[in-house]
Design a binder for this molecule. Structure first.
Ligand code: CDT
Length: 308
């Protein structure tokens, strides 16, 4: 039987002028709090080390690259890895990755309790656009700065639990969860940076945005009989509000813990991974109930085709 106290470490705003070292200090403070609460696994948000830079249009590639990490761990993040090792805390966090051969990814890594990197995921579903868009209230240039991830949706057995990662917009796609569900996933971690308002529909406010986040995370958990941890970077970054709403969800889709603020805030829940077995062996026993002969369109067709 594997039980684990899992912490979601929501981060409040990170301003453009904040350096990585100051963010890492905040992350360590949340890690200390997590350890004091008995957690052995901590989940940080997408692009945890910097402001959400894809909101800024940058024609200069050198400026863009200043937001990326060339190696992990590196000088700025070394103290986080050391603290994780000292506390025997597994962790996952997101960052912008620049590979030695010049590729740019929106990445997250997974470590074990010895501070060793055991898994890497590169964001598959990149929202937004690749050129300055005058029709939007603010920019979301992920398609400009990142390439779609090339690693797929893998899972790893880490500290006795089958874990997988996704990043932000991925949570809105059922394919994300199902690819991991088909590998027996028991814990899906998802960091996000979600603007509190829709840049293309000002009437869509926070309530609906939070609802859609909950809906996606809870459905993913229930339909794949897995725990899901969704963790925000929240607060107002240089005038741009990001929503909070970090949650830990159980395999029935129930919310076990929820952040109340848009600041640095820790949520924790004891996860009994035995609870994944019931759904996986009954209503979502994929081997017995899935009908793949009818799912061909899922992988052979990208956009909707209306033929009637
Ligand atoms: N970071 C990220 O993926 N954010 C998106 C915003 C989409 S609006 C272009 C999200 O799905 O939350």
């Amino acid at each position: 039987m594997t039980r684990m106290i899992v912490a979601g470490a929501q981060l409040g705003a990170i301003q453009k002028a904040d350096n990585r070292e100051s963010v890492v200090e905040r992350m360590i403070e949340l890690m200390n709090e997590a350890a004091a609460k008995g957690a052995t696994m901590i989940v940080y948000p997408e692009l945890a080390l910097t402001t959400f830079f894809p909101r800024w249009y940058m024609p200069d590639r050198n400026e863009v690259d200043s937001w990326f990490e060339h190696e992990m761990p590196n000088r700025a993040t070394q103290p986080l890895f050391e603290r994780a090792r000292d506390l025997a805390m597994a962790m996952t966090f997101g960052y912008a990755e620049l590979t030695p051969d010049g590729h740019h990814f929106n990445t997250s890594i997974l470590t074990n309790r010895k501070g060793e990197i055991v898994g890497k995921y590169r964001k598959v579903h990149l929202p937004g656009h690749d050129e300055y868009d005058t029709g939007r209230a603010f920019q979301h240039l992920e398609k400009r700065y990142f390439e779609p991830g090339d690693l797929g949706f893998r899972v790893w057995r880490n500290e006795g639990v089958i874990m997988g990662m996704a990043i932000c917009n991925d949570r809105r796609w059922p394919e994300t969860f199902r690819c991991m569900g088909l590998q027996g996933v028991e814990l899906v971690t998802i960091g996000y940076n979600t603007p509190s308002v829709n840049s293309q529909m000002s009437a869509e406010g926070l309530e609906k945005r939070l609802f859609h986040s909950d809906l996606s995370l809870q459905a993913g958990a229930y339909q794949n009989a897995t725990f899901v941890v969704g963790v925000a970077k929240a607060g107002v970054e240089d005038g741009h509000p990001l929503m909070g709403g970090s949650i830990i969800v159980d395999p029935d889709g129930f919310v076990l813990a929820r952040a109340a603020t848009e600041e640095d805030e820790l949520i924790v829940a004891e996860c009994d991974f035995e609870k994944c077995a019931f759904g996986k062996s009954t209503i979502f026993d994929f081997q017995r109930h899935r009908r793949i002969e009818h799912y061909g369109r899922i992988t052979s067709q990208t956009g909707a085709i209306v033929e009637v």
